[in-house]
Design a protein around this ligand. Sequence first.
Ligand SMILES: Nc1ncnc2c1ncn2[C@@H]1O[C@H](COP(=O)(O)OP(=O)(O)OP(=O)(O)O)[C@@H](O)[C@H]1O
Ligand SMILES: [Mg+2]
Length: 370
Amino acid sequence: MIHKPLSLLLVDDDEDDYLILKGLLAKITNPKIKLDWIADPNQALSVIGQGTHDIYLIDYRLGPMSGLDLLANFDLPVREQPFIILTGAGDSRLEERAMLIGAADYLVKGSFGVDLLSRVLRYSLQRKRMEIQRLQHLQEINKSKDEFISLASHQLRTPATAVKQYIGMLLEGYAGPLAEQQQSYLQSAYSSNERQLKIVDDILRVAQIDLKKLRMRPESCDITVWLRELTEDIESIMVDRKQKLVYTAPKLPIVANIDKLYLGMALTNLLDNASKYSNHETAITVSIESDTNGLLQISIQDQGVGIAADDFDKLFVKFSRIPNPVSVLVGGTGLGLYWSNEIIHLHQGKIEVSSELNAGTTFTVSLPQS
Ligand SMILES: Nc1ncnc2c1ncn2[C@@H]1O[C@H](COP(=O)(O)OP(=O)(O)OP(=O)(O)O)[C@@H](O)[C@H]1O
Ligand SMILES: [Mg+2]
């Protein structure tokens, strides 16, 4: 069987290496291999980025940049083409590092002939094809899991909402007056049901985000006014904790395109966290400002328990809750920051955090202005 020709890109700053490889490749006929050569690593960066070759051979020594530095710019395990490292000397540590970043194989210059080269190219390609198939299979399984979660949480939502309505009717006295203890038991049932609904909603939202089904419907609005209303809505939670909410905004409007519903949920979660992870009688400051780079910044600052710098990278991970003196008392699923972060990314924005233990935390959301 005749296979279609393969294209191979050699990145190597030594012309002699190119000529030697060209000579060896000319002897490989099935499939034929078309060789392109780039000596400059910066030019190689953009050509590799386009992904037009079937296989890449990268010299370890490329002048100022090592071949591994060049490859660090690409996510090799998910790239469809194999990358092979070429080096002048057998170095087992280099071999290990190349493997760790996802290189398919390793060839020592001067120590391979046509047979070894041909075998390495064929095996690398075949292994890569199998890896990509496995990856696609895993992605399909993951998608089915998200679809199942999305469907299951939808189904759970309907009866849980009905329970809420019936308990609400009993509490309103629709079925006659209630004794004090009945009232108290029903109140507990109502709160548990509300928590259950929040968890179901969170899980549903996460499944929709992971399935990329959450669509933002942005509309233009003056964020200073909208955010003031949002903070007023959430102030009632803080009243129970005797916390004070301070809102500061410039007098002039700051206009941006936002999905009020979803961005509102994300900021409400940040405000809810600021309150939950702070002691009673503390202040939470919400401020908004616009900078000269066309961004607006919303900061939510609390005087709470704080977050250790080592824990920052866990904050936006699904189901991750960081133990602190109040996290056992206040409930939570550890999903809030995951979906808040995703919603902010869907607005082309980002969240940053700074914190000091036992002093407080500031979450800053940056969004493009219109
Ligand atoms: N302002 C804050 N101060 C201190 N810790 C915080 C703050 N915000 C978040 N955290 C920590 O980050 C963790 C994750 O927050 P996240 O909002 O994702 O989940 P949660 O509040 O635990 O639950 P929920 O999913 O109901 O929002 C929290 O459990 C808490 O440990
Ligand atoms: Mg939260």
